[in-house]
Structure formats: C-alpha cells, structure tokens
Ligand binder design. Structure first.
Ligand code: THU
Length: 182
C-alpha cells in the first residue's frame, strides 16, 4: 500500500459590485485528504486500460482511449474495461470511461473504487490532452461518494518513463459537479 495526500484547496469568495448587482466569484474549500492506494492493483488496472485502448473503435478521430475500473463491494475485484466507440453520427460516440463504467454498473456495481484511463497515442502530452472529458467526469460522479472514508480514485496515465499515473478524486477532477439528492 502507498499513502498519498490529495492537496487542500482554499480560495475565498470575491465580489465585484455593478449597477445591476454584485458579480460573485464563488470561493472553494477542500480539506487535504489522505488516501491509501493498492499500487499493484492500480498497476494492473492501468495495464488493462492500456490494452483496452488497443481495441478502441475510432475510425474518425484515430484517438484511441482505454479505461478500466474496479468497483467497491466486489469481492472478486473484477476489472471492467472499455474503449471509445465512435459513430458516423458523431453524437453517438461514447468515451472509454463511460463504456467501462456502464459495463460495471450493468453488472450491478454502483460505487467506483478505482478508474484508470489511458490514451494510445497521446502519452507524454499535457494533462489536458489526456484527462477525462466533462461528460465522463459527470458520469463518474454518479458512482463516487465524496464523503466516503475511502474515496473513489481516478488514475490518468501519464507516459513518463518513471510515472504510473496522475491521481485525482472526483472533487478535484469535477469541482461543482452536479449531484441530484433525492
Ligand atoms: N474520448 C474518450 O474516450 N474519453 C475522453 O475522456 C475524451 C475523449 C474519445 C471520444 C472520441 O472517440 C475521441 O476520444 C476524440 O474525442
């Protein structure tokens, strides 16, 4: 097991008065968070995501993405994988992260433990070129409980020779993410 600290974020509100009322930049506060990571499991998951990227169906963009997830409460630690699947309608395209999560959720698992994502040809590129899209972040949010003791973690493969991945929890990956509390 490896221990890491996800960083604290602390930004105060700021305001600008205008004749029509105040403009507000909402502040943001997240406490630092200690996490314990099963690095061997994550290495396996990253390899599964990398392999899944080989099976992407991306005839339009040629941008091949793979994802792999392990869900909480799965005693077998099943690795569910997915790849992006493009469609000639373009809008019908689905990202790798969502195919992997859809597969896990339809097997009955609804809380994410680890998600790994890998891109085939863009390793070593900046994080913004490899990081999950907004829709996938919101989709992940559905299966994350930010208040749980062991937060769901997202690993984005980096591609630097001595780097496994960059690590996020959902609050750092999707600040202000929508959540519908029934
Ligand atoms: N893609 C993903 O699979 N995951 C992301 O988070 C971003 C984008 C796919 C969708 C599309 O097939 C291709 O990458 C280019 O956008």
């Amino acid at each position: 097991m490896v221990r890491l600290t996800l960083p604290a974020v602390q930004v105060a509100d700021s305001f600008a008065p205008t004749p029509a009322g105040r403009l507000v930049v909402p502040g943001f506060a997240l406490p630092a968070r200690e996490v314990e990571i099963d690095e061997l499991l994550v290495a396996k998951l990253l390899q599964a995501a990398k392999d899944a990227a080989e099976r992407a169906y991306a005839p339009f963009s040629q941008f091949r993405v793979g994802a792999a997830v392990i869900m909480d409460n799965d005693p077998k630690n099943t690795i569910f994988t997915g790849a992006n699947v493009e469609n000639s309608s373009y809008g019908g395209t689905i990202c790798a992260e969502r195919t992997a999560l859809t597969s896990a959720a339809s097997a009955g698992f609804h809380r994410l433990r680890y998600l790994a994502v890998s891109v085939r040809d863009a390793l070593h590129s900046p994080l913004c070129d490899r990081s999950p899209c907004g829709l996938c972040r919101q989709f992940m949010r559905q299966f994350c409980d930010p208040n749980a003791g062991n937060p769901s973690l997202i690993f984005v493969q980096d591609g630097a020779p001595d780097t496994m991945a960059q690590v996020f929890d959902i609050e750092r990956l999707l600040p202000w993410g929508f959540h519908f509390n029934k």
